[in-house]
Design a protein around this ligand. Structure first.
Ligand code: FAD
Length: 303
């Protein structure tokens, strides 16, 4: 089946589930934009929406405030990201119990990046949890939470080899992780190969692809080089010369994301996690194309 046949199938949305990731806003303007985004995406009925935890735990309050507002002012199910960076076990345990008291039942458990930024050597807090697996264990110690963890189809940049990464992922599963969400990637073959290798390593939880719609190719390329994600030449070629042409850039970005998701659906993938960057349009368009529709979309309202 080719992509054109796939796009005409009406029932894809019935077997595809999505989740959306947001970051906590820094000021009132960003908060207003995030809430416009949340309200636009809410009718798509995602499985959950996650809120990131800033490097070094710097957004602890803002993450909690955003999660609380989602609980109070939307029908969405929030998942709170948590990291181990620069925090003792007691401090992390305290954050977990604060979220639990709020009514949070889902978490995304991460080791986190060093305070100095991606690429610096990671030093665990002397009295803290050393990695994502230990944090999963701490969460499970406090409740029967749904816990997502990270996975890296192109290997974690600090990791010497894939075997070390799979050992860590297996430890997270053994400690109670429900699913893994991948770092973003643009080459679906890498994802498929990674999932095959994970299964061979005895890891059977869902490994949900993290999809990053490209709002700015320049920014994505910079970020990708820091976190070890490969940007294929064909992708750079598609965005070549579009820095000052936001309209064409957005059209190409939408086509690229739709193509990637369609291809993954064709390979049998049923769950997708979107890195929204707190913007709705590209994610909304991709969801629409794969049959995930709000009951009243602008087009159906006009019909
Ligand atoms: P872990 O899974 O603990 O470790 C990652 C890899 O590092 C391991 O697989 C292993 O190969 C190696 N490693 C770790 N410890 C050891 C050790 N002791 N010995 C040998 N090798 C080791 N960052 C944030 O700050 N906030 C967020 O909200 C956030 N959300 C994210 C969401 C997703 C879906 C993903 C994929 C990443 C996210 N990150 C976030 C980034 C993440 O914190 C970084 O990639 C970080 O460098 C690793 O965290 P981790 O949980 O993947 O680490």
């Amino acid at each position: 089946m080719n992509q054109y046949q796939l796009s005409r199938r009406s029932n894809i949305g019935e077997r595809v589930k999505v989740s959306f990731e947001f970051f906590p806003p820094k000021n009132d303007d960003m908060e207003a934009r995030l809430w416009d985004t949340i309200k636009r995406l809410e009718p798509l009925n995602p499985q959950f929406v996650s809120v990131t935890y800033g490097a070094g735990g710097t957004t602890r309050e803002r993450t909690a405030r955003t999660v609380r507002r989602i609980l109070e002012e939307s029908t969405l199910t929030p998942a709170a990201h948590m990291t181990c960076v620069d925090a003792s076990r007691d401090e992390v345990d305290q954050v977990i119990s604060e979220f639990a008291a709020m009514g949070v039942k889902r978490f995304v458990a991460l080791r986190g990046d060093p305070k100095e930024g991606v690429g610096a050597a990671y030093q665990p807090h002397p009295g803290g949890y050393a990695n994502g697996a230990e944090l999963v264990g701490a969460l499970k110690g406090q409740g029967d939470f749904d816990i997502s963890v990270s996975a890296y189809p192109e290997k974690h940049p600090e990791s010497p080899d894939f075997a070390t990464d799979f050992d860590m992922l297996k430890r997270k599963v053994d400690n109670g992780a429900t699913r893994a969400i991948t770092q973003f990637f643009f080459d679906n073959d890498l994802y498929e190969r990674y999932v095959e290798r994970a299964r061979k390593a005895g890891i059977y939880i869902p490994i949900v692809p993290g999809i990053l719609p490209i709002h700015s190719f320049t920014q994505v390329a910079n970020f990708a080089s820091r976190c070890g994600a490969h940007v294929p030449a064909w992708l750079a070629e598609r965005f070549d010369g579009l820095d000052k042409d936001p309209q064409t850039h957005a059209l190409i970005a939408s086509a690229v994301a739709v193509e990637q998701v369609h291809d993954l659906v064709e390979r049998g993938v049923g769950d997708f996690h979107f890195y929204t960057m707190n913007r709705a349009d590209l994610v909304f368009a991709v969801c629409h194309m794969i049959g995930i529709r709000s009951p009243v979309t602008p087009s159906s309202a006009a019909a």
